[in-house]
Structures are given as C-alpha cells and as structure tokens.
Design a protein around this ligand. Sequence first.
Ligand code: ADP
Ligand code: MG
Length: 257
Amino acid sequence: MKIISILNQKGGVAKTTSTQNIAAGLHGLGKKVLAIDFDPQGNLTSGFGLDKRNLDYTVYDLLKAKSFGTSKLNFGDIVVETSFADILPTNIKMSKVNLELGGVPGKESLLKEILKDVYGYDYVLIDCPPSLDTLTFNALMASHEVYIPVQTEFYALEGIVELMDTIDIVTHRMNDDLRIGGIFATMVDSRSKLHVEVIGQLKEFFGENMFKTLIRRNIKVAEASSHGLSIFDYAPRSNGAKDYKGLCVEIIEREES
Ligand code: ADP
Ligand code: MG
C-alpha cells in the first residue's frame, strides 16, 4: 500500500482535481484506491459526488476519536465507497482541528496511526490543504511520497523552496521514509511561450522527479468535478482524460521500476 500526499501550499494549482482524477485513473488501470479529503474546504468530497453538508461522520471525527479516545468510531464507519475509489470525506468542521489538537502530544501522527489498521488498497492519495499546518504534517507523517502539482504560470516556482524546506524538515525530524515521488505540471497551455519556459525551469530544478506527462488546461476537467464526476466518467475522450491516464501510467511505471 503506497501512501501519497498531493501537496503544494499554494491554492488553485489542481491538487484536488488531480487527486480525484489520479484516483480514478489508477482505478481504471486496475488498482484499488483510497482517497482522503484532508482539506477542510471539502472540495474533493464534492468532486466525488458527495454532499459535504450532509455527512454523518468525516475524517475529522476519526482524528478526534484517535486523539481523545472519547469515541469508538473507526475507519469503517467513515469510509464511503464510490464507483471508482473509496473516500474519507470531510467538510468545514475539520478547520477546527488545528486549534483543538493544539496541546495534544503526538498530534502529527494521528493519520499515520489510523492508516496502520487499513488494508486492501494499492494506493492511498491524500488531498492536502493549501497550508503547512497540523493537517499537512499529519499527511506527511503518514506518507511514503509527496506529489507536487505545479501550475505553469509566472509565479510557479515561488513557494517551491519553502515547500522543499518543509519536506526536508519532516524527513529529518519525523518521517525519514518520506521522499518526493514526483512533480507534474498542471493547467498547461502549450501555445504559450511562458509555459515552455516554466516547464524548462521545473525540469532543471527537479530533474528526473518531473513527470513527463503534462496536464493541459481543459475545461472538461473543471466541468467534471463540478458534476461530481471524474474526467474519465464525464469526458473519456477529452485531453484531460488522456493526460491523467498518461500520468497514471507513469505513476505505475515508476512503482514497478
Ligand atoms: P487546489 O486543490 O490546488 O486548490 P483545484 O483542484 O481546486 O486546486 O483547482 C483549481 C481550479 O482549477 C478549479 O476550479 C479546477 O476546476 C480548475 N482546474 C484544475 N485543473 C484544470 C485543468 N486541467 N483545466 C482546467 N481547469 C482546471
Ligand atoms: Mg484543493
């Protein structure tokens, strides 16, 4: 079971969209996938077609059960099955976590402890919030790898150094199994010179860690999430479906090599 955090502290770089479509793409290639919505905005939960305002329990309740031991809730009570992957959903309630866990010893390892008892998945994908906080540390503590989506725009590399420093700190102090699994470019407009330049810089900075597949800007990708569908169900012949499938093939190839 490989656990991967999809992380970039910048908002709007396609973390959530990519988590959903990589989950669906890996499913299409025969893998069993669990997705974890770890951003209190709950966009991944909506993307999976669930009503985030109407959930009995969320991953937040699971974290609380683990930290305070006040309830007997476990993974099986929270996980929701969908046509392409299982999901631990969330909603805005989870934004209280940083405050509530403030003084709890070991607060960064709760997700890791939860996932210790989870079996049967090939991949676990964690959609991280756009911040470097307790939730993100929980994700990184639990993960084997980090995938970093980068939007190919003028300020793309801004914040990357800070992100690398954070990952280094986590690696040295908390989880020395953690490594960078790959970087991929999102919302690429191949007609623009700027994108070519930014992708060149990314390749220079990340070398082999850069995935070859580029995720192009494609309106169908945005539409799919808004309908609670993956790109493969919404528009299987779109560029978005082609790109995410290509990325998933590369992910599996990296795994096998
Ligand atoms: P993040 O989770 O990093 O904040 P999102 O996945 O929510 O980013 O994506 C930000 C916005 O960009 C959303 O409105 C999403 O629908 C849109 N988007 C993501 N990927 C693409 C793409 N390949 N083409 C067009 N729009 C995209
Ligand atoms: Mg998001």
